[in-house]
Design a protein around this ligand. Sequence first.
Ligand code: ZN
Length: 735
Amino acid sequence: MADIEQLIASEQHDRLFVELEKMGKSCPDADSVRVGSLAEAVGAANGVDSKRALQWLAEQFGIMPMDLARPVCSTKAEQMFRKLARQNVAPDPWMPFGTVGLVLLCAHFDPSAEEAWGIPDFLYSKILVSSAQYEALKSDVAQRISMNPLPESTLLEFVEGPAKGGGLLTALKWILEHYPMSKSENDKLSACESAFGNIDMRRASDYKLLPRDFGVAFNFMTSGRPIFAPELAPMQDFFPDNLLEKHTVFPVYRSESAVYLMAADRQNYSFEDEWYSTGSDSLKIIKVLADPEGIREVISRNRGRSTSGGSTIVDVGDLAYADDANLVDIDPSEMQQINPSNINTSPEQIIQWVLYQAISRRASDLHVEKYFNTARLRARIDGELHVIHSGPDEILPRLVSLLKNYSNMGQRRQTAEDGRFSMRIGQRRIDCRVSAIPCSKALQKITIRFLDKKDGIKELSELNLSPRQSSIIKNTLGRDQGLVLVTGPTGSGKTTSLYAFINSIISETINIHTVEDPIEYEIEGINQTQTDPINGIDFGEGLRRILRADPDVILIGESRDEETASAAVNAALTGHLVLTTLHANDSLRAVSRLISMGVAPYLLADSLALSQAQRLVRRLCVQCKRPVAVTDAIRETFNKNKVPLSPETAFLYHPAGCPECNDAGYSGRIALMEMCVVDTELSEMIACNAPQSQMREVAQRAGVLSLYQEGLLQVIAGQTTLAEIACLSYTAVGD
Ligand SMILES: [Zn+2]
């Protein structure tokens, strides 16, 4: 075994040494190269010390060196790899780990290595890593391939690439002709191609119409010069965040003498000018092309992370809120200096630090409360509460009073009160809805809901709908009258769905009115009314008022009483499309809920167009999810629920945990939607108040999938896990 390894190693050296000699560089004595120290040995032979060796070797070959944050192949890279690669025929090929648009990022410890699974050299970008990182990456890739072997050949291996020196349009045309992709991807890119006309642009940033990273990928395909994916860059604390933000650059690798810097434009030297002019040392700066939007994201993520030492994510959104009252400005770089447990930290600093942490970690709400003898501040992240900070309970009244100040509330402790304030963190704006609830012994609990416009109003296409679900929604929203119910517990994403539905039908010819409590997002082009209990405007009264304005489409925030529900049904029977939410466990229980509230069954039968039940489940982290083989027991679970796994499905994904997801294995959430379209048969059953079980059978026959079945589909799609949807198994088929 040892002999074979030795042989492989020396073959590697031979090719590398020939290349180096061609360049006029010195080579070490082949026998003196120890396993795993190739870069150091080659560097030493050329008078380069070991700290600069990797960078020196990379520079000779015009590629980028790197210390991978995690030496594993991302799921996205694996998918692209499977499209482009065939089985490997030689030892030690380039190993895939990331993607930039349509180009694969591959790593090796030997810059002269040639074998790359039959992937043409203009479709993978080379990164030089240490031998140790290469070995770790290799075993990860080997494991992935053993789960699901690669094909024996690839169509692309001997295809000629786009003309070198051509512009981006040259690359786009090549992609449309040769690259393996779905019809919808191809249609999208074809549309871009015709939009560009015949102008062959050179700069990646000129291609704003293209999907993220594509301009960068096209530049690589025709220039062969290094590119990188910002989301894979390791965090840094060498350059000031503000300087990076100002010039939209971010370092990927730094040695003693040089730094590789991601930039949207290789020809722009403004960063160097400013860096050198501050008297900083004369590091050699080498530009690597990357997408500007991605660079901006990694800068904010770096900011968030360096405060806590753990993993945090801050998205930069370009948000505009009309209401600038009560603006709390939080400076991210100031937050990095704060230690909330330090006795000298003021209550105001603590509260701002906590708000900053909560937002950085994508929390949906924050709870400020007394817990035994402590003041406890917890944030809900992906549906679960996490303690952000706890301190002595003496500070609680100060924290509560500050938050009430921010939101213009009175300081009385005995009354429940609601208020709001806006928060600005860097370029991001977040709307905060605050409620104060009196608790025992003159104490209060404060709850803050964070509303981020960017998270709030989604396009239909962002809801992760299946083609079947999409067509149900389009048909339903295309009706001129009828009732659309969305049900689910608080925090199930009902409002997000409703806003996306409404957003998709906004047009000049349709008159849309809403009555909401509160108005969570202001939407251009629709009329929104806020309930106002003090002046007697509840949902029912609000609905009566907006009916006078002759609306076509009505959104009622929630039907929580008989009066509102009946009024909604009546409006839906008289030429209006009415959308509303209701608390119910599933789509058919919503029907019986409305009937038990006092709505006449025959009226509901005539008006109800669609009943949708919804839940959020955690989404697997795409950076670290792992394929795990499917067992017979799992296959049986799918069969029993009438969502059979195809025979080709050999594995499903499990959570692992990485710095990206705070070791949770999950990041973000997805909505499961059970959509029950009310057809003639169901309508007749509703009219005669048929039992749940009978309606359920009919719905199943008509193709309605339960929440659990929708969950199983998401498990197959690699979005979530069986454990995550287990709590929905009460909606499973059969017993
Ligand atoms: Zn992860």
